[in-house]
Design a binder for this molecule. Structure first.
Ligand code: NAD
Length: 441
């Protein structure tokens, strides 16, 4: 559904009026297109104290942006604060960013590099945790469609682990992601044949559940753009829409209810050469306050959103259908983080996904060479949110740092980042794609 307010504030009289009334000023976000694949302008590389990781400059040099140490109008700023190990070192963070933050171009990016807070050194832990509060606050201040994130690289590790993450965060693909903390593991991608940067998923098969429409169809489309052979799965009742989506993307349609007892076997049969990327996107809502919620509404949401995800994941991993180097991406929601009235069942199912990802990620990597991550969308413009009553819908759209709803493609780009062959160090993470929603922040 069109965001008329965003259009209104895009006109001179609309901007004048809404400014006078003190209303939100959403900036139109610049998303990835073939013609605009990169941010426009230089990347300013700053350091707070000495770096505690190796190879940052080298990784930034491959970001596709000209890296500079000084500029009037950076499109992106990367502050290496990995060496900040004491509260006093936070002064270096202020000293580095204070003079330049105002010059960031509209739609710009700030990425702070930190390290994991230490369980042994409470001074280091305090200083590094301080960066989280700093980043989340700066995300609320920058405005004009700019975003701010914190990427934690293990102490003494190599910045190479952050390469795919920086490529994503420093590009138009992450337009609706802000105020996020991403904690990387030490793993780096096993060097294989260099992936085609325009089609990094070439040779991989990706299966997306709930892909007839909405976010799932966008995920399928972005994975196909990145070179994957795509299978789109949806309930048999959505067969026509599913086949239209498959035709449009050059994908294969698999009409199947993901809750069917033999769903994993049917998926395995559809991918005789194994699966490189499995995206659990299918989801339903059956909202009622708990006091009014019958058992069947409760059970169906837990079954589709959580139980079937657990079951098919377990069975496909056990059967070796998901190849080494494979990627599993599940779909949570900010409702699973913040909670929501009338959504005890939905929020429980989505919080369950977060539990699944955090627990299984490290073991799946050790036992199968597979990463497990989740996206947690905020307010995304789909049929699901078009059905929300007007006032709640408007609140959902505006209550975030970017003052607008996201698009299905924003979630899809995050899934594609998890799916990258060199995203090996990204594991057990839950990325909110919510424009830094105030809910659960
Ligand atoms: P949607 O309703 O437009 O699409 C969901 C798809 O899943 C539908 O095509 C549906 O047929 C399919 N599906 C449902 N049950 C299924 C089953 N048993 N087997 C196979 N397919 C099934 O929803 P959407 O807005 O595109 O949401 C996609 C995912 O994102 C869901 O998991 C949802 O909970 C999550 N999410 C959405 C938002 C949002 O703002 N739209 C926010 C947070 C999370």
């Amino acid at each position: 559904m069109a965001d008329r307010y965003l259009h209104l504030t895009g006109t001179a009289p609309g901007r004048f009026l809404t400014r006078r009334l003190g209303l939100p000023q959403p900036a139109p976000l610049r998303r990835w297109t073939l013609e605009t694949p990169r941010l426009e302008g230089p990347l300013l590389h700053l350091t707070a104290g000495a770096s505690a990781v190796t190879g940052v400059a080298e990784v930034l040099s491959r970001s596709g942006l000209p890296v500079v140490g000084d500029t009037d109008r950076p499109a992106a700023i990367v502050l290496d604060a990995t060496g900040v190990a004491k509260a006093a070192g936070l002064g270096d963070v202020h000293a580095a960013l204070h003079p330049v933050v105002r010059s960031l171009a509209p739609g710009g990016r700030i990425v702070v590099l930190g390290t994991v807070p230490s369980p042994e050194d409470h001074h280091q832990a305090a200083a590094q945790q301080a960066l989280e509060g700093f980043v989340r606050s700066l995300g609320k201040e920058t405005g004009r469609g700019s975003t701010v994130q914190l990427v934690r690289i293990p102490v003494g590790g190599a910045a190479q682990a952050a390469e795919s993450t920086l490529r994503f965060l420093l590009s138009p693909r992450s337009a609706y992601v802000s105020g996020q903390v991403i904690e990387l593991t030490t793993a780096t991608a096993t060097p294989g044949p260099a992936a085609d940067p325009a089609a990094p998923l070439t040779g991989r098969t990706a299966l997306v559940t709930g892909a007839a429409r909405g976010i799932g169809a966008a995920v399928a489309s972005v994975l196909a753009r990145d070179g994957a052979r795509v299978i789109v799965l949806d309930v048999p009742g959505a067969r026509e829409e599913l086949e239209r989506t498959a035709d449009r993307l050059g994908a294969t349609a698999l009409p199947l209810d993901i809750t069917a007892p033999d769903a994993a076997d049917r998926i395995a049969a559809a991918v005789p050469d194994g699966l490189g990327v499995l995206v659990h996107n299918a989801g339903i809502t059956r909202d009622r306050r708990l006091a009014n919620m019958p058992a069947d509404r409760w059970a169906s949401v837990i079954e589709v959103n959580l139980d079937s995800v657990l079951r098919t994941t377990d069975e496909l991993l056990k059967a070796g259908v998901i190849a080494r180097g494979g990627r599993i991406v599940a779909t949570a929601s900010i409702a699973g983080i913040a909670g929501n009235t009338g959504q005890t069942n939905y929020a429980a199912s989505k919080a369950g996904i977060i539990g699944l990802v955090r627990s299984l990620g490290p073991r799946a990597a050790a036992d199968h060479g597979v990463t497990v991550n989740a996206v947690a969308p905020g307010f995304i413009e789909t049929k699901m949110t078009a059905a929300v009553p007007l006032f709640i819908r408007e609140a959902g759209r505006r209550m975030n740092s970017l003052s607008q709803g996201g698009l299905p493609v924003d979630v899809a780009e995050a899934v594609a980042w998890f799916a990258q062959p060199d995203s090996t160090a990204v594991n057990g993470q839950v990325l909110r794609v919510c424009g830094q929603s105030l809910l659960g922040a």
